[in-house]
Design a protein around this ligand. Sequence first.
Ligand SMILES: *Cc1c(COP(=O)(O)O)cnc(C)c1O
Length: 382
Amino acid sequence: MKFNTKVIHGGQQHEKATGAVMTPIFQTSTYAQSSPGAHKGFEYSRGANPTRSALENAFASIENGTRGFAFASGLSAIDAVLRLLKPGDEVVTGNDLYGGTYRMFTRLFQKYGLKFHFVDITKTENITNAISAKTKLVWLETPTNPLMNIADIEAITKAVKNKDAAILVAVDNTFATPYLQRPLDMGVDIVMHSATKYLGGHSDLVMGALIVKDENLAKELHFIQFAAGAIAGPMDAFLALRGIKTLHVRMQRHCENGRAVADFLNKHSKVEKVYYPGLEDHPNHEIASKQMDDYGGMVSFRLKNEKREAALRFLESTTIFTLAESLGGVESLSNHPITMTHASMPEEERLKIGITNSLIRLSVGLESVDDLIADLEQALEK
Ligand SMILES: *Cc1c(COP(=O)(O)O)cnc(C)c1O
């Protein structure tokens, strides 16, 4: 099956009892047994639920994995991956991570004895240089949030496995989605998503996903999902499954609109710099073109006026772009990283990597691009 067919049919079966084309919402915690231990594959919904199973099969299909897992949030999916490790283990990761991931690494898992090395992952050697005999996991995010840096997934995975084949490589594929890049095909062990974003696609749920190919890793992650219990509920699983069915059509338009917005901002006299991997002057444009099929709908930019008030004026003036956390929904959103998504990052760290007062992140939605650009134009004039 090609991708556009997989998003609709991948891993799906019509419901057995009635032939329902859409997997129903199995809003049940438990399942009748005819004799102790004699059941129909479902015992208790923390272990498995038919609606969640249908979604997990869809996750596996669209990422070219063998097993998928649906969690209560993106962060609980990351939490499950870190539970594969033990005190003393080390993790090498990017210095430009989603704020919540950074917060989990530094404020939760550091105190349980994991050690994190934060490096610039646009240079593969920074990662290999940070690897020690204790390294058990390399955690990548590409494109990064909010600076849209790109890591060379294939080169990094090869270099890491060359050093030690047992080190796991995981990619947070939230920004790109499998419509644009498929990390498991590049040798990565674990793909993670905040399904809250593009996979769900309609800003109506919070959910996380993990997808793997390796059977043993799947067993370990299923055990963690079952034993720690941060599962996605059946209603949310239904909504995410419904969202995935239009992922390819939505992503195509997100990419078209994202490109148009990036080009518009790039020519605007009040804009200092645009961060969009599709622009030729983006420092990682070449790698992005190699590993991604298009460049997505996330666009960040900095105003020439670095005063905080200038960014606030812009963010308060848009009428179609809604100032809100999150991304990847049908509606366009704006975000001020330093006060919103990245408020938990120390100022010194932020400034070092370029998250300044005037940095604005846009999630370009599916509205008419003419209306979106007109909205940005009037807000930039304020
Ligand atoms: C939102 C997000 C997360 C966290 O996911 P939640 O569903 O909010 O828990 C992780 N990584 C990236 C890149 C995100 O955008």
